[in-house]
Design a protein around this ligand. Structure first.
Ligand code: PRX
Length: 566
């Protein structure tokens, strides 16, 4: 029997208050998310239980108990306080998937700071833009990424402290301090910052079509939704070995790779190594992983390797599989049944929703290709894109709308009320995705309602790429769109008009691609560049990205006057 039991019963009876009580949220005045992921688990008698099994790319394994999480996160909180950081300060974690990343995340929350996790593969421009926007006060990083921080530091007057968690003996520069989590004085007890359910906790940057990346601000009570969805959707149970393959630079890696896992008091495993089917299967076999939360791109890569590597490993420990981030093709669900004897369960949500809002639940009939049904406590509908009224006809495509008010919903875009306000229409939160519902209430994803590119489950904003392209000396005009890709769903393609005096060439293409990879990230790097004489524009001069995109996808272009507002 799954944790959720009967979906219909839960749908009928569930209230968020119940989830709050189940977690003991707010009991004895305790609201701090960091506390719920470490100290609380120790208080209920599980301090010696393993919380994290970490494996590095060389095969080295380290284990941390809940007591370790509690004590080491105390050390981080103390360090930050001793260095003058205050509750509400934005503190960035910018590291590969090392234990310090996961544990400092809790430490920041325990001193009342707002954690700003950023993907360690971000280049200087991507990093600077987000630190600048959040007016980040401190950043925790490693030697490997320190060069990027140093190169942008002079443009970030608010960034007063850089903490290097693996500094070793080599000297640091002014304004940088070395901190070794494992060598630091152990703090059994600290005063955990007093927060309320609505105190800001995590600031996650996400991309939109226009403008710069937006910081979605979450609050401490998000843990109520993250814990109950971990239990009911991911079906995590006390003895599970749970593996969430996402990087904490993205919301899946924090909501379910840190918060949901540890608030549930289970053992989670982390692999800090690149992808290979063999490596992943060996990891599952070695650590006896039971619950596996991954993404369609990874599943497609595994499918590409076929059944041979599957048969070479003992994957019998797996009990429940789930996926998020992009549409999960029906073939992937059917293949996983064949390969692992279990289907992947699709789940749908966003940085802004903070937790899973639509999903296929354990025990419920899976319809391969469908995202499933709304989580109990979430009211979801398909809305008419013009009136924002629910469409009640089966199979009609419209916008996914959610009734605001669940605990893990974002509370604002940092410093960007205007964009935040636009996300709400007629009393609904507009996700920005198109879908339909079938006669049994299952949601079928159709596509995004904007120009954001979803590559390997990660959103990349065209504007950010285009702005960086324009800084290249050869580029006069550019447009970035998603083009279909069999593995990553979409990859970035850039259309570029060159400045006079520059001629198109393979070398120039490569140079521009690398320029973007270095400045933004490998995900934002165009996989293809098409040089054009000029770009299609509206009468008011706006580049018609959708026209270019439609061509890549072989879609009907139709009446172009409706594609962009003139
Ligand atoms: O377009 C949808 C797609 O990813 C977007 C959210 O991206 P992000 O905020 O980065 O969060 C990703 C992980 C929660 C959505 O608006 N998306 C997410 N899950 C699915 C999906 N598209 C189709 N099917 C899904 N299951």
């Amino acid at each position: 029997m799954s944790n959720i039991g009967s979906y219909e019963t839960r749908l009928r009876d569930f209230t968020w208050k119940m989830a709050e009580e189940e977690l003991g949220y707010g009991k004895d005045g305790k609201y701090n998310l960091g506390y719920f992921c470490s100290d609380r688990i120790c208080e209920i008698g599980n301090g010696t239980k393993v919380a994290l099994v970490w494996e590095g790319f060389t095969g080295e394994v380290r284990r941390y108990t809940y007591d370790d999480l509690r004590i080491y996160s105390n050390s981080f909180a103390t360090l930050l306080r001793q260095n003058g950081l205050l509750p509400g300060d934005r503190i960035c974690v910018f590291m590969d998937r090392i234990p310090e990343l996961y544990i400092s995340f809790l430490g920041i929350l325990k001193m009342g700071g707002i954690v700003q996790p950023l993907f360690s593969a971000f280049g200087e421009d991507a990093l600077a833009m987000r630190l600048e926007d959040a007016k980040t006060k401190a950043i925790l990083t490693t030697r490997k990424h320190l060069g990027k921080v140093r190169r942008i530091r002079s443009s970030l007057p608010e960034l007063s402290l850089v903490i290097v968690v693996d500094a070793g003996e080599k000297p640091l520069e002014q304004g940088e301090i070395a901190f070794s989590m494992e060598k630091a004085v152990k703090n059994e007890h600290i005063q955990i910052a007093t927060v309320g359910p609505e105190t800001p906790s995590v600031l996650h940057y996400t991309s939109g079509t226009t403008g710069r990346p937006k910081g979605a601000l979450h609050v401490h009570s998000s843990v109520i939704a993250q814990a109950i969805t971990t239990k009911w959707v991911l079906d995590v149970r006390p003895d599970d070995i749970y593996w969430c393959t996402a990087d904490p630079g993205w919301v899946t890696g924090t909501s379910y790779g840190i918060i949901g896992a540890w608030a549930s008091g289970i053992t989670q495993v982390v692999l800090d190594a690149g992808f290979s089917a063999h490596k992943w299967y060996a990891f599952i076999e070695k650590h006896r992983v039971t619950v596996w939360y991954s993404a369609p791109t990874a599943i497609r890569l595994l499918m590409k390797e076929g059944l041979d590597p599957v048969n070479k490993h003992d994957l019998s420990s797996l009990r429940h599989l789930a996926s998020v981030g992009e549409p999960l093709n029906a073939e992937a669900v059917l293949w996983s049944e064949k390969a692992y004897g279990k289907p992947f369960h699709d789940s749908y949500w966003q940085t802004e929703t903070g937790s899973i809002v639509i999903s296929n639940y354990p025990g419920m009939k899976i319809k391969p290709g469908s995202m499933g049904k709304p989580f109990p406590g979430i009211t979801a509908a398909i809305l008419n894109p013009k009136t924002f009224e629910p469409i009640n006809t089966v199979g009609t495509v419209g916008l996914i709308g959610l009734k605001p008010g669940w605990p893990s919903m974002f509370r604002m875009y940092w410093n960007n009320k205007e964009t935040y306000d636009k996300k709400f229409q007629n009393g609904w939160y507009i996700c920005g995705d198109r879908s339909s519902i079938d006669s049994e209430g299952y949601f079928w994803f159709v596509g995004r309602d904007d120009d954001v590119i979803n590559t390997a489950g990660h959103l990349v904003g065209p504007f950010e790429i285009e702005s960086a392209l324009l800084e290249h000396p050869a580029v006069a005009e550019s447009a970035a769109v998603g083009k279909p890709d069999p593995i990553n769903m979409e990859v970035v393609k850039a259309f570029i008009a060159l400045k006079p005096g520059f001629a198109k060439s393979e070398d120039l293409s490569m140079e521009i691609m690398n320029y973007i990879r270095k400045r933004l990230s490998p995900l934002a790097m165009p996989q293809e560049i098409e040089f054009v004489d000029s770009l299609p524009k509206t009468r008011s001069g706006k580049i018609m990205r959708r026209l270019l995109r439609a061509k890549e996808w072989g879609e009907e272009i139709g009446d172009i006057s409706t594609l962009e507002n003139d």
